[in-house]
Ligand binder design. Structure first.
Ligand code: DCS
Length: 283
C-alpha cells in the first residue's frame, strides 16, 4: 500500500482527495519541490525546503508549518513507503475556494500533498550521455520560482521527446537559459560556464552542488550566460538536476559535442558528485 503526505499527516494514497476548486488545479497557483532519496536518506533536504519557503514567499503564500515540521513529515513519507532509492515530490497550493483570480480569504488553508517513488538512478544516461535539442524559452519571467505552472516546460520537453532527445535546451533569442527541467553547463578551455542565478532560471540545488564540486576539483567557474553558438562550441556540455544528477550532453540538434564522447571534466565532476551521495546506513 502506498502512503502520501496530506497537510500535516501521512495517509494512504486512497485518502487523498483534492477539491475541484483547488487553486493548484485551476490556476497552477502553488509551488513544488523534488528531493532525491539515496539509501533511504533525503539528499540536500534542507536546501530544497529552504527554496520551497522562498518560492512560497515570492507568490505570497504562507506555509502553515515550520521548516522543521515539514522536514519531519518528508522523512516520515520516505519511511512509510520504505523508499531506498528514489525521490519525493511535494507541492502546496493556495487552497480551495470558489474560482476567482483574487486571493481567497485568510480562512482558506493551503493544501500540502506529497508522494514518494522508488526509482533507480539514471546510470545509462550518466555513462553514455544524452541528446538534446534547442527549444525557444516561452516561459514567464519568474523562472526562479518553482511554480506549479509548467506548461512552457511541458511543451518543450514533449518537443524534445518527439525529436528523440532527452532534454530541451531553452533559449531566449540567442541566449541559452536552462533545460526544461535541468540547469545547463558548458566547459571551454578548462572553465565551467553556466547561466547566472537570476529570474530567467531556477537556482538548482544540483547546480549549487556542481559549482561546489567544481571548486573542489580545481575547475574555475564563470556564471555568465552562453549563446546557442557558444554552447555548441563548448568542449563539454552537461545538464544537472535532482533526478538527472550530472548528465552529459553529447549531441545538440545533430551536432556532436566533443566528438560525441563524454568529456574528462564531466567525468571528474560526476566522480566528485558521487562522493556527496549519502552512503547506506549500516545496521
Ligand atoms: N531548472 C528547472 C526548470 C527545473 O525544473 C529543475 C528541477 C532544475 C532546473 C534543477 O533543479 P534541482 O537541481 O534543484 O533539481 N526540476 C525538478 C523536476 O521537475 N523534476 O526533477 C527536478
Amino acid at each position: 500500500m502506498g502512503y502520501s503526505l496530506l497537510n500535516d499527516r501521512i495517509v494512504t494514497d486512497e485518502e487523498v482527495v483534492i477539491h475541484k476548486e483547488d487553486r493548484g488545479y485551476q490556476f497552477g497557483d502553488g509551488i513544488y519541490e523534488v528531493i532525491k532519496v539515496y539509501n533511504g536518506q533525503l539528499f540536500t533536504a534542507q536546501e530544497h525546503i529552504d527554496r520551497f519557503y522562498v518560492s512560497a514567499e515570492e507568490i505570497r503564500l504562507t506555509i502553515p508549518y515550520t521548516k522543521h515540521k515539514l522536514h519531519q513529515l518528508l522523512h516520515e513519507l520516505v519511511e512509510a513507503n520504505e523508499i531506498n532509492n528514489g525521490h519525493i515530490y511535494f507541492q502546496i497550493t493556495r487552497g480551495a475556494s470558489a474560482r476567482n483570480h483574487i486571493f481567497p480569504s485568510a480562512d482558506v488553508v493551503p493544501v500540502l500533498t506529497g508522494t514518494a517513488v522508488e526509482t533507480s538512478r539514471p546510470f545509462t544516461n550518466l555513462e553514455n550521455g544524452v541528446k538534446a535539442t534547442f527549444v525557444e524559452d516561452i516561459r514567464w519571467l519568474r523562472c526562479d520560482i518553482k511554480s506549479l505552472n509548467l506548461l512552457g516546460a511541458v511543451l518543450a520537453k514533449q518537443e524534445a521527446f518527439e525529436k528523440g532527445c532527452y532534454e530541451a535546451i531553452l533559449h531566449r533569442a540567442e541566449t541559452v537559459t536552462e533545460g526544461s527541467s535541468t540547469n545547463v553547463f558548458g566547459v571551454k578551455d578548462g572553465v565551467l560556464h553556466t547561466h547566472p542565478a537570476n529570474n530567467f532560471i531556477l537556482k538548482g540545488i544540483t547546480r549549487h552542488v556542481v559549482l561546489q564540486c567544481a571548486q573542489e576539483i580545481g575547475l574555475p567557474v564563470q556564471e555568465q550566460a552562453m549563446t546557442k553558438q557558444q554552447l555548441l562550441a563548448m568542449d563539454e556540455v552537461f545538464i544537472a538536476s535532482t533526478t538527472s544528477e550530472v548528465t552529459p550532453v553529447i549531441d545538440i540538434d545533430g551536432q556532436q559535442i566533443n566528438g560525441g564522447q563524454v568529456g574528462a571534466w564531466t567525468r571528474k565532476l560526476q566522480a566528485q558528485f558521487e562522493t556527496k551521495i549519502p552512503a547506506p546506513v549500516s545496521i
